[in-house]
Design a protein around this ligand. Structure first.
Ligand SMILES: [Zn+2]
Length: 237
């Protein structure tokens, strides 16, 4: 039973978390009501959801796999937004204070907003985006399989980049502080950063997937990392 359609949510005191177990992927759910005090909303997998309201005080919003969701509201104070695989979303607003954004597999998304203070950005499989904004302070960038991406910006302090299978990426600059780089199958790369120390973990980690292409992936990585002095790979048992 869906507590939104039945109105049952109104009887729950101090509802701070609302997740899929309350909706059960309800096909009738088209809108989410404003629930005062709600901090964490996960309304992923709602096939007919078209709108999410501005919920004051909301800290985390997950709305992945909502094929009819067209718009993300500006929610002041939101810390984390996960809106992956929403094919009707064309843009994401600039939500000040947002620290973590995952908009992977948004096939119609035209660009990544420039959000000051963003720490973690995951935008893999966004075929229309052409650039990554130069967001000061960004710590982790996962942008694999963005086929229109040509350059990674020089963001000082960026520690982790996964840009694997960005087939048209030509340049990764020398980034101060860059620690981890996963750039397997970046066929167009002509410039790679100077990384001396690379830690890899094959156990469910994106750096070198431990699959049938393991040796091949490793060869490519070493080929690209000409200045590598230390490579550490934790192998799966
Ligand atoms: Zn419902």
């Amino acid at each position: 039973m869906c507590i939104i359609c039945t109105g049952e949510y109104k009887n729950i005191q101090n509802l701070t978390y609302l997740g899929p177990q309350y909706f059960e992927e309800c096909p009738n759910l088209t809108e989410i009501p404003i629930i005062p005090g709600l901090q964490y909303l996960d309304c992923s997998n709602c096939p007919n959801l078209t709108e999410i309201p501005i919920i004051p005080g909301l800290q985390v919003l997950e709305c992945s796999n909502c094929p009819n969701l067209t718009k993300i509201p500006i929610i002041p104070g939101l810390d984390a937004l996960v809106c992956s695989n929403c094919p009707s979303i064309t843009n994401i607003p600039c939500i000040q204070g947002l620290e973590s954004l995952d908009c992977s597999k948004c096939l119609s998304l035209l660009e990544i907003p420039h959000i000051e203070g963003l720490l973690f950005l995951t935008c893999s499989d966004c075929p229309l985006i052409k650039k990554i904004p130069c967001t000061k302070g960004l710590n982790q960038l996962i942008c694999s399989r963005c086929i229109n991406l040509r350059k990674i910006p020089n963001i000082s302090g960026l520690e982790v980049i996964d840009c694997s299978e960005c087939l048209n990426l030509t340049e990764i600059p020398d980034i101060d502080g860059l620690d981890k780089l996963h750039c397997v199958d970046c066929r167009s790369l002509t410039k790679t950063p100077n990384i001396e120390d690379l830690d890899c973990d094959s156990n469910g980690c994106p750096w070198i997937p431990y699959d049938c292409d393991y040796e091949e992936n490793l060869k490519k990585l070493i080929f690209l990392q000409k200045k590598l002095r230390r490579l550490c790979i934790a192998k799966k048992l």
